[in-house]
Write a protein that binds this ligand. Structure first.
Ligand code: ADP
Ligand code: MG
Length: 368
């Protein structure tokens, strides 16, 4: 097993207009997937993010063949896989709950698949050794241990090793780090990322954590209520969100919104009773009609503050300062009347809660 064999076994996957409903009580059906389409390139990692219940696990189970879609098509390398079982599809599936065989040692957990296929003991032994080498430092020490004696992170390494030993065409990871504490989570995530990148494994990684999604995926798919809202690199999703849901899902703190309208070359914003006039950014002048009601979005890192009065500025009271760990920024929580704002900026020691600051809205980047 070397990087060559993996690259050549990895698949390109197309999901076309997948719909899946579940019975949800008497005569009611719940739409878990709503015409979801996606193309996953060979060797690519796609992160799927979205709130709990939006259909992420259902999507993985349909790719794996553990669920049959009501309609739509799944192809691996152009071939319709509807008639193939998960094992015929060549799926490696890692769940949040490790699903190791509790009565086998780690070695037996890896060997089981090959025993079922009547491999010789010598070939199985060499397969286990090879897998252990790929998993890297320290893995050989786990081989003789029972699953109950392993930590969460070790169990997840074993689950992954077992998957990789089968040369999967696609690796499906369903919130695999959710049961790990923060440090272990980061370590395990980095290890998985190195492995899937090194072997160019086609991977679909499901999480509800945007940081994990960005760290793991070459591209990110944002899901809501069974639909895929947008797919792209983090830069694309952050810079050009397709809608307010994507805009508010990525970013920390998220994008904030207020209403406004266009008057000639100015943008007039109504914020809790105060009117602000800003020059309308040139690219937006083309497609914003006079008087049309707008929702304006702004990211907390693009807002600017001054402690002295400045026009056109919005006087706000500082409610709270939040220091971000491993970051030279801080988040200020402000209010103007009933309206609250978050601003992300360089650490500035002089601002205190209760003070008045002047909030400056930039002419760009604003989102409409
Ligand atoms: P996620 O993984 O994003 O949290 P799921 O794919 O597990 O979401 O579920 C999507 C929706 O489908 C949820 O509303 C869930 O309650 C429903 N659902 C999932 N599996 C079943 C099932 N086996 N029977 C009935 N409803 C289900
Ligand atoms: Mg799930």
């Amino acid at each position: 097993m070397n990087s060559q064999t993996f690259a050549s076994t990895s698949s390109e996957i197309h999901l076309m207009r997948l719909t899946k409903t579940y019975q949800a009580g008497w005569q009611k059906r719940h739409l878990a997937l709503d015409s979801a389409s996606m193309w996953i390139r060979r060797g690519e990692t796609i992160s799927v993010v979205g709130p709990t219940g939006c259909g992420k696990s259902t999507l993985l189970r349909v790719i794996a063949g553990l669920e049959t879609p009501d309609s739509g098509l799944v192809t691996f390398d152009g071939e319709d896989v509807a008639q193939l079982t998960p094992s015929q599809r060549g799926i490696g599936f890692v769940f949040q709950n490790y699903a190791l065989y509790p009565h086998f040692k780690v070695r037996g957990n890896i060997a089981f698949y090959f025993r079922l296929r009547h491999w010789s003991e010598a070939s199985i032994d060499s397969k286990v050794r090879e897998t252990s080498r790929i998993m890297g430092i320290g893995f050989d020490k786990l081989l003789g241990r029972m699953p109950r004696s392993l930590s969460g992170g070790e169990k997840q390494r074993v689950a992954l090793a077992r998957c990789l030993s089968h040369n999967p065409r696609v690796l499906l990871l369903d919130e695999p780090f959710s049961n790990l504490d923060a440090t272990l989570r980061l370590q395990t995530r980095n290890e998985v990322k190195k492995l899937v990148d090194r072997f160019s494994l086609t991977t679909v990684f499901v999480t509800h954590d945007q940081h994990e999604a960005v760290a793991m995926g070459h591209r990110i798919a944002v899901m809501r209520a069974g639909e895929i809202e947008q797919i792209g690199t983090y830069q694309e999703l952050y810079g050009e969100p397709a809608n307010m849901f994507v805009a508010s899902f990525l970013g920390n703190p998220p994008m904030q919104f207020f209403s406004g309208h266009r008057e000639a070359e100015t943008l007039v914003c109504d914020i809790s009773g105060t009117r602000l006039r800003l020059p309308l950014p040139v690219p937006n002048q083309m497609h914003v009609a006079e008087g049309e009601a707008l929702t304006v979005g702004i990211r907390p890192e693009h807002l600017r503050l001054t402690t002295a009065r400045e026009e056109p500025g919005l006087p706000c009271t500082v409610e709270m300062l939040e220091t971000a760990i491993s970051d030279t920024a801080q988040v200020l929580h402000l209010c103007h009347g009933s309206r609250t704002f978050c601003v992300r900026q360089e650490l500035q020691q002089s601002i205190r809660p209760g003070e008045t600051v002047w909030l400056r809205l930039p002419a760009s980047p604003l989102y409409f």
